[in-house]
Design a protein around this ligand. Structure first.
Ligand code: HSE
Length: 309
């Protein structure tokens, strides 16, 4: 096989209480990437979208992942040509950089006859996250590659746990303002109070148990963040209103998607998810801030091959 086209899904990192350790993949939006194996060493990158992202491999998140993969591949005579159409807007909080780096390394591995394991691919793709946010974290990369909901029990060494989850609808609003992940990390306090830590790990354990037991009430009670959200939410106009109105409309709960500015809400029923989408639209229309909304579902397959030759 010489050429492969893949779709790489958006992801919601943190899932409210699980900062840097929980994430889920979504069915919409998804990036489209076409990767070709070449007998010319090196990586050549082209974009067909209007985002003007860097194309120099070392400065490009897909390139950073592919460079890490090639460094561990024994045949040094090969290279790649990558064409990307980004549908997940960079800086949205929907795992745009993760989709770029995870999509590229998964596609490369297909062309290399699955030489590497999924855990290897997560490790390579984290180089893209390091480039984008200054820190290696896997809570977008892992769900993007594995699909569904993932727990990153540890990064060094890598320990990824796939969690089952009941069917859920996900509503997302992406206000068109920029929040850089590096800035959203910088403002966090480096220490937490023990009483807050106890509440937070109770919620993380509750959320994981709720997913595994298909217990929607437990999921709903556990979607609470007493550490990160109070600090970061001030960067997102309309956050408190969206959250309050969504809960009143029947959302299980939700919060900041990744480092923001997107906000996500989980619902049991599609009807509820749709009514949350329209209340999100009302809030941002009233605030005079451009936005994009999605009502989607959990993506259980992760990066998917759509064409190969
Ligand atoms: N866990 C990361 C953060 C995700 O919240 O900073 C960034 O997309």
């Amino acid at each position: 096989m010489k050429k492969v086209t893949i779709h790489a899904p958006a992801t919601v990192a943190n899932l409210v209480c699980g900062f840097d350790v929980l994430g889920m993949a979504l069915n919409d939006p998804q990036d489209i990437m076409q990767l070709s194996l070449s007998d010319e060493p090196g990586i050549r990158i082209r974009h067909t979208d209007g985002f003007n992202l860097p194309v120099e491999p070392a400065n490009n998140v897909s390139g950073a992942g592919l460079l890490a993969l090639l460094a561990e591949y024994p045949d040094k005579t090969i290279g790649f040509d990558l064409v990307t159409e980004k549908c997940i807007k960079p800086g949205s909080g929907l795992g745009s950089s993760a989709a770029s780096s995870a999509g590229a390394v998964v596609a490369a591995n297909i062309l290399l006859n699955n030489h590497f394991s999924k855990a290897d691919l997560v490790k390579f793709a984290m180089n893209g996250e390091k480039l984008a946010s200054g820190v290696k974290h896997a809570d977008n990369i892992a769900p993007c590659i594995y699909g569904g909901v993932t727990l990153i029990r540890s990064i060094f060494p890598l320990d990824i746990v796939q969690l089952s989850a009941p069917p859920m609808f996900v509503t997302v609003v992406h206000p068109q303002i920029e929040v850089k992940t590096s800035d959203a990390r910088q403002i966090l306090r480096k220490e937490v109070l023990l009483k807050d830590a106890i509440r937070q790990w109770g919620n993380i354990a509750g959320l994981v148990a709720g997913f595994m037991k298909n217990d929607y009430d437990l999921i709903s009670r556990s979607l609470e963040d007493v550490i990160i959200e109070p600090v970061r939410s001030i960067l997102i106009p309309g956050f408190d209103e969206v959250k309050k109105n969504s809960r009143e409309a029947g959302a299980l709960g939700g919060g900041i998607s990744g480092s923001g500015p997107s906000i996500f809400m989980l619902s049991r029923e599609e009807k509820t998810a749709k009514s949350i989408e329209s209340l999100m639209q009302d809030v941002f229309t009233r605030l005079g801030i451009d936005f994009k909304t999605y009502t989607t579902t959990l993506n259980n397959e992760g990066v998917k091959i759509t064409e190969q030759e």
